[in-house]
Write a protein that binds this ligand. Structure first.
Ligand SMILES: Cc1ncc(C[n+]2csc(CCOP(=O)(O)OP(=O)(O)O)c2C)c(N)n1
Ligand SMILES: [Mg+2]
Length: 599
C-alpha cells in the first residue's frame, strides 16, 4: 500500500517532506476525521453493551466534560503527559498507536525511544523511573504488545517504580467484531498495575492521563495503565489537563517508632531490615547510627530497587538469595524491625524447608512499609534511640587488579577495581554475580539496581532507561548470558541512542542456577536430557558478533588481564560497548568453596 501512495504526485503547495510521509500523514488524517465522526455517534453506553467484547471493558470508563475543538486526543494526551513531567516514551507501537506516534512530532519535549521488543520498552521505563522517581511512558500495542512487556512490568511492580503503560486498543466500535488482535487487555494490565483506566472519548483522555501519572507516583509508586482506544486518540475536541497532586509519603506514627525503640533497647538481638527507600543514603545512615548505639545489625532486602552504596556510605550487606544463607544471616535474632522491607520469605518453596525465613521466637516490628516515609521513620527512630551516634562511612577500598584466568571471581575484582564514581550498575549477573557485592563495596559511591521481581531479561533494558535518565553517568550492565538473550535487542537501542552503557556478558554458557536448583528442589536424579535443557554451549552464543550486528563495539575476554584492559577502554570511551567475559559456570569447578548462587 505504501509503495502505491509513494507513486502519487506531490502536492501543489511544494511541501518539502518526502512524498511517502506526506501521503501517509494525509491518509492518517483522513482516517482520523472519519473516526472522529464515528466516535461521536458511539457512546460509552453503546460500547458497554456491544456484545461479547463488552465484558472485556472492566477498567473504569473515564468520562468528563467535552473539550473544545482543535486538538485530537493523542496530541492532548502527549501535551498532558509532558505537563505532568512525563517526557520520555519508550515505544514499540502498532497501527492503533499511530496517532500517538504522530503526536510526538507535535509535542517536541517528549523524547520517543524506539525499542525492538516490548520487554525492552517496559524494562527501560523501569530503569528510568528508578533513577528519576518520575514515570516514563511505555507505549505498547494492544494485548499482545502488553503481554510481551509484562515480565518487566512485573519487575517494575516489585520495585515500586512509577511507570505509565499506554496500551493502544482497537477503536471502541471495532471491538465487537473480535478482530485478530482483540484480547483481554484489562486482565493482562490488572495483573501488574496499581491503576487501569480506559477513556472512551477524546475529551476524556487527558483526565485519564493525568490521573494515571498521579496514580503511578502515589506512594509507594507503581504501574498505571492507560488503555487508549484508537478512535479516542484520533477524536477531536480534547484539551490538555494539568497535573494532579500526588499524595505524600505516609508519615509513621510516634507509636510505631516507640515500639521499635523499645525493641532496640531490650538487650535482645535485633536486626533492622531495610528495603525500598530505606536503601537510599538517608535511611542507611539512620540505620547505621542505630547499629552504633544499640548493637543492632542492619541488613538490606535481597533485591532492592535502588541501593546507594560504596565509599562514603555505611556498609550494608543484603539478605542472601539462598534460604539457607539467609537463615544463617538472621541467626538468633529476637526482634526484626522492618523499614521499607517485607518480612523475608524463601524465593521458592523447597521440600522440607521453611517458606518463612523469620526465625522461630522472633518478633517482627513493622516500622515502615513501602508507602510510608521510611527515611523519616528511621531518622526519628535514630533521634530517639541513638541521639548522639554518627553514621560511620565505609572507606574507599578497591581490590587489586587480578591476573591469571578469568572467572566470575576475578571478573568481580576487575569491576571493583575500575568501577567509576557515580556509576549505575544494572545487575543481572545471576550466579556470576556472587563476588560482586564484596568486590565493589568500597568502590566510589554508585547505585546498584537489581532484579526485583526475579523475572529475567531485565538487565539490558534497565540499563537503557537508567542511562537515558542519568546523562553524564556511566552505566554498567552486568549480565548473565541466558538472561541477556531475552532482551538482547536492547543493545540496538543502546547504539541508536548513543548511550554510555558498558555491558559485560558473563558467558558461562549455561543456565547455571537452574543446574543448582535441580539439586535443591530434590530433582537430583535428573539425567542427561534434563541437564541438556540447561546447557547453552551447543551452539555457543557469540555475543561480540551479536553486539556488533546491532551497532555496539564489542570484544571478548578470556583472561583477567584482557578483561581489565577491555573494561578500562570501554569505560573511558563514551557510547555503548560490550565485553563478552568467558567464565566457567558456578558449580562446575569443584573446590572453590561456593555456598550458593546470587540470584
Ligand atoms: C521470565 C523468566 N523466565 C524464566 C525464568 C527461570 N530462570 C531463572 S534463572 C534462569 C536461567 C538463568 O541463566 P543465566 O541468565 O545464564 O544465569 P546463570 O544461572 O548462568 O548465572 C531461568 C531460565 C525466570 N526467572 N524468569
Ligand atoms: Mg548463564
Amino acid at each position: 500500500m505504501f509503495s502505491q501512495l509513494a507513486a502519487m504526485p506531490s502536492s501543489p503547495g511544494g511541501d518539502a517532506r518526502p512524498v511517502e510521509r506526506r501521503w501517509s500523514l494525509r491518509w492518517v488524517q483522513m482516517v482520523s476525521r472519519l473516526g472522529g465522526v464515528v466516535n461521536l455517534i458511539k457512546t460509552a453506553a453503546e460500547v458497554a453493551s456491544a456484545g461479547p467484547s463488552a465484558d472485556r471493558l472492566r477498567s473504569p470508563v473515564l468520562t468528563g466534560n467535552p473539550g473544545e475543538e482543535g486538538m485530537i486526543g493523542a496530541q492532548a494526551l502527549v501535551r498532558t503527559l509532558t505537563g505532568c513531567g512525563v517526557d520520555v516514551c519508550f515505544t514499540n507501537p502498532g497501527t492503533s498507536e499511530m496517532h500517538v506516534v504522530a503526536a510526538l512530532d507535535a509535542v517536541p519535549p517528549m523524547r520517543g525511544v524506539l525499542c525492538l521488543f516490548e520487554g525492552t520498552a517496559t524494562g527501560a521505563a523501569d530503569g528510568y523511573g528508578r533513577m528519576t522517581g518520575r514515570p516514563a511512558a511505555a507505549l505498547l500495542h494492544l494485548g499482545p504488545g502488553l503481554a510481551n512487556g509484562l515480565a518487566n512490568l512485573h519487575n517494575a511492580r516489585r520495585a515500586h517504580t512509577p511507570l505509565l503503560a499506554v496500551v493502544g486498543d482497537h477503536a471502541t466500535y471495532h471491538k465487537q467484531f473480535d478482530a485478530p488482535l482483540e484480547s483481554d487487555i484489562d486482565a493482562l494490565a490488572g495483573s501488574v498495575s496499581a491503576w487501569v483506566g480506559r477513556p472512551l472519548r477524546g475529551a476524556d483522555v487527558t483526565a485519564g492521563a493525568a490521573t494515571a501519572v498521579a496514580r503511578a507516583m502515589a506512594p509507594p509508586g507503581g504501574v498505571a495503565t492507560l488503555i487508549l482506544p484508537a478512535d479516542v486518540s484520533w477524536s477531536e475536541g480534547a484539551q490538555p489537563t494539568p497535573s494532579l497532586p500526588v499524595p505524600p509519603l505516609v508519615p509513621v506514627s510516634d507509636e510505631k517508632v516507640g515500639y521499635a525503640a523499645a525493641a532496640l533497647r531490650s538487650g535482645e538481638p535485633c536486626v533492622i531490615l531495610l528495603g525500598g527507600e530505606g536503601m537510599r543514603r538517608p535511611g542507611q545512615e539512620a540505620a547505621n547510627r542505630l547499629a552504633q548505639a544499640t548493637g543492632a545489625r542492619v541488613l538490606g532486602e535481597t533485591f532492592p530497587s535502588r541501593h546507594e552504596r560504596g565509599a562514603g556510605l555505611p556498609a550494608i550487606d543484603r539478605l542472601a538469595y539462598p534460604a539457607e544463607i539467609a537463615i544463617a544471616q538472621l541467626g538468633d535474632v529476637r526482634h526484626l524491625i522492618l523499614a521499607g522491607a517485607r518480612a523475608p520469605v524463601s524465593f521458592f518453596a523447597y521440600p522440607g524447608k521453611p517458606s518463612c525465613l523469620v526465625p522461630a521466637g522472633c518478633q517482627v516490628h513493622l516500622l515502615a512499609e513501602a508507602r510510608d516515609d521510611v527515611g523519616g521513620a528511621l531518622a526519628a527512630l535514630a533521634d530517639l534511640a541513638a541521639p548522639d551516634a554518627k553514621p560511620v562511612p565505609r572507606e574507599e577500598e578497591r581490590p587489586a587488579l587480578p591476573d591469571g584466568e578469568l572467572t566470575a571471581e576475578s571478573a568481580a575484582a576487575v569491576i571493583g577495581a575500575l568501577l567509576p564514581e557515580r556509576a549505575i550498575v544494572a545487575d543481572e549477573a545471576n550466579t556470576s554475580g556472587l563476588w560482586l557485592p564484596e568486590a565493589t563495596a568500597g568502590a566510589p559511591p554508585h547505585d546498584w539496581l537489581t532484579l526485583t521481581g526475579g523475572a529475567i531479561g531485565l538487565g539490558l533494558p534497565l540499563a537503557t532507561g537508567a542511562a537515558i535518565a542519568s546523562p553524564g553517568r556511566s552505566v554498567l550492565a552486568l549480565e548473565a548470558d541466558g538472561s541477556a538473550m531475552y532482551t538482547i535487542s536492547a543493545l540496538w537501542t543502546h547504539a541508536r541512542e548513543g548511550l554510555d552503557i558498558t555491558t559485560v556478558i558473563f558467558s558461562n554458557r549455561s543456565y547455571a542456577i537452574l543446574g543448582m536448583e535441580l539439586d535443591r528442589v530434590g530433582a537430583a536424579a535428573a539425567g542427561g536430557t534434563a541437564r541438556n535443557l540447561l546447557d547453552l554451549s551447543q551452539p555457543s552464543l557469540d555475543f561480540a558478533a551479536l553486539a556488533r550486528g546491532m551497532g555496539v563495539p564489542a570484544s571478548r575476554a578470556a583472561t583477567a588481564a584482557e578483561f581489565a584492559g577491555q573494561l578500562r577502554r570501554a569505560l573511558a570511551e563514551p557510547g555503548p560497548h560490550l565485553i563478552e567475559a568467558i567464565v566457567p559456570a558456578l558449580g562446575q569447578r569443584p573446590g572453590r568453596g561456593v555456598t550458593g548462587p546470587a540470584l
